[in-house]
Ligand binder design. Sequence first.
Ligand code: ADP
Ligand code: MG
Length: 224
Amino acid sequence: MATNVIVAVRTRPFNSREKKLGCKECIVMRDGVSTTITGNAEQGGKTTTFTYDKSYWYDTPQEKLFKDLGVEVVNKGVEGYNGTIFAYGQTGSGKTYSMMGVPGDLGLIPRLNNYLFEALEKNKAKNHQYFVTVSYLEIYNEVIKDLLNPSDAHLKIREHPDMGIYVEGIAEIKANAAGDIEKFIEQGNKVRTVAETKMNARSSRSHSCFTIRISQKTVEELDG
Ligand code: ADP
Ligand code: MG
């Protein structure tokens, strides 16, 4: 099966420490695609240009990121294809801002959730019924923990010939609306081994994976 991977990069504004240090911008983006980084003068001021599918400045509207990166994942998901959005970067580089956003300027995840339920609502009219379930796990020191059904159990990854890779015994909880999904993310975050805010080696060993599963049933009315 053909896979499509899109790689995007986004800057973040200077934090207060960097402002105090009088840091200068060293990144230039062109055409929304190329990202050029210039090293500082003491290190020779070397300039390197990288090409991404998308290069976003920090003030790119969250709505644009959603349209470019999110919409198609939901559209394909509703058609039955797997999709993943994966944010990678050092602590403090802007992952949570882009993925979750801030009140009044929502990020990808809440926008995806709203759009998902809108898309399912539209398809319902075509004799389809949908069930949305979510699961949320953390991998920490190679141990998998269920964040929505916390216990000391170490969950196991298994492979099923038809269903592919899955986590045995993980809680799959029904979500009826976009708000439910956000609630489960929040609930799971509270259980994570390491709070994300501290820039330390522990937090960088904690990874989490939130899965939304869409099941579809076609409903037919029989005559007589
Ligand atoms: P991470 O989740 O990667 O550790 P955060 O998303 O928490 O990083 O970002 C670190 C800080 O920078 C936060 O205070 C966040 O609000 C701010 N920030 C990150 N990206 C942006 C952006 N695009 N626009 C404005 N502020 C941002
Ligand atoms: Mg974060």
